[in-house]
Design a protein around this ligand. Structure first.
Ligand code: ASP
Ligand code: MG
Length: 407
């Protein structure tokens, strides 16, 4: 008998019919002789609606109260799913994150799981129950309810799978798996049968919104195979695991893009020690995460310093950077929020020359100007104008022959 953890996202449980459909899928899994733990997200857009509601009451709701409010979304879907299973004649029990033993730190709205005490889950499984756990939530040692950050139910699922040593963690959603690029922008995009943790992590962080990146990170740490598949079909999906990284492949695995990018340039910065720290320390204190940083080689001891932030942070970043720029004797501070990131990702690129050159040539042939470039071992990212994203990824998809099945 294998233990399987399944997670169903908000769109898979958006209404009563969909909840019943999910219940049938869970029942099938148990009927095949498996023990099943199910993690569920809130129905449809419930979380957004609850946030809106809270803001109508108070534009700045207190974090502790907001977390309790948001946690109710997953409680609703988990109980309804248990009722749907009862209706099919199956034994099932719903548990809140707290009941399931998910202990977190006290960072409301972005809590981290510290420990899982799975006693109750194990007891329910032993009784023959299908255990439905409300995703995205936990409890602190002081018994306060927390949430794990938007999209956090994926993380609940992988954490439970790792803690209970499940055979696999299956993430069911409204897409058929992980694609070589966003299929809405690139019709030729191909669903991948498999992908490595590292590659998936780069794609997830770079804006491929299939999975919560912390969940992928956990999967990698505990070497837990994760299946991403559709809850609306029986297509095989994409398996995320460690094995593929061993393969010798000479290929780009996928292309990610992210339009949530803004750029700040401090122009005419005197080139002396301490300048970068003067600019970036206040940003980090304000909890603004800086992504790409580029400093030009200086001419006559004057340089330009450019960095990118999420668009939502631009105003705050500018209000901090402007007075600093002035105080260090820089000429001015300018911004642009019409940018996007386009990245090619693949472990097959490691130590193989030519990928960057092909990427730059392809963008050049499209007449696309590259504003900034960053790389990691398995990724090359170019920052370009947002209105050229579609052209860029279509051309790159073709240049790297991603429409062809990989080896
Ligand atoms: N319901 C939460 C959200 O919408 C958590 C999740 O869906 O995973 O962010
Ligand atoms: Mg959701």
């Amino acid at each position: 008998m294998a233990l399987i953890v399944q997670k169903y996202g908000g769109s898979s449980v958006a209404d009563a019919e969909k909840i019943k459909n999910v219940a049938r899928r869970i029942a099938e899994t148990q009927k095949k002789g498996n023990e099943v733990i199910v993690v569920v997200s809130a129905m449809g857009d419930t979380t957004d609606e609850l946030i809106q509601l809270a803001k109508q009451i108070n534009p700045k709701p207190e974090e502790r109260e907001l977390d309790v409010l948001l946690s109710t979304g997953e409680i609703v879907s988990s109980t309804l799913l248990a009722m749907a299973l009862h209706g099919l004649g199956y034994e099932a029990v719903s548990l809140s994150g707290a009941q399931a033993g998910i202990e977190t730190d006290a960072s409301y709205s972005k809590a981290r799981i510290l420990r899982i005490e799975p006693k109750r889950i194990v007891k329910e499984l032993e009784k023959g129950n299908i255990v439905i756990v409300a995703g995205f939530q936990g409890i602190t040692s002081d018994k306060d309810i927390t949430t794990l950050g938007r999209g956090g139910s994926d993380t609940t699922a992988v954490a439970l799978a790792a803690s209970l040593k499940a055979k696999i963690c299956q993430i069911y959603t409204d897409v058929e798996g992980v694609y070589t690029a966003d299929p809405r922008l690139v019709p030729e995009a191909r669903k991948l049968d498999e992908i490595g943790y590292e590659e998936m992590l780069e794609l997830a962080t770079l804006g491929a919104k299939v999975m919560h990146s912390r969940a992928v990170e956990l999967g990698q740490i505990y070497n837990m195979p994760i299946l991403v598949a559709s809850s609306f079909s029986d297509k095989p999906g994409t398996i995320i695991h460690g094995g593929t990284e061993m393969e010798v492949r000479n290929r780009v695995r996928g292309i990610a893009h992210d339009t949530n990018v803004a750029k700040v340039t401090v122009v005419g910065v005197p080139d002396r020690p301490g300048i970068a720290s003067a600019i970036f320390e206040p940003l980090s204190k304000a909890n603004i995460s800086v992504d790409t940083v580029v400093q030009n080689a200086s001419i006559n001891n004057i340089t330009d310093l450019t960095f990118t932030v999420a668009r939502g942070d631009l105003e705050k970043a500018m209000s901090l950077a402007k007075p600093i720029a002035k105080s260090i004797g820089a000429k001015e501070c300018v911004s642009d929020s019409t940018l996007a990131k386009v990245s090619i990702v693949g472990t097959g690129m490691q130590n193989v020359p030519g990928y960057a050159a092909t990427m730059f040539r392809t963008l050049y042939e499209q007449g696309i100007n590259i504003q900034l470039i960053t790389t990691s071992e398995i990724r090359i990212t170019c920052i370009i104008a947002e209105d050229r994203v579609k052209d860029a990824i279509k051309a790159l998809h073709k240049a790297f022959e991603l429409e062809k099945a990989s080896i």
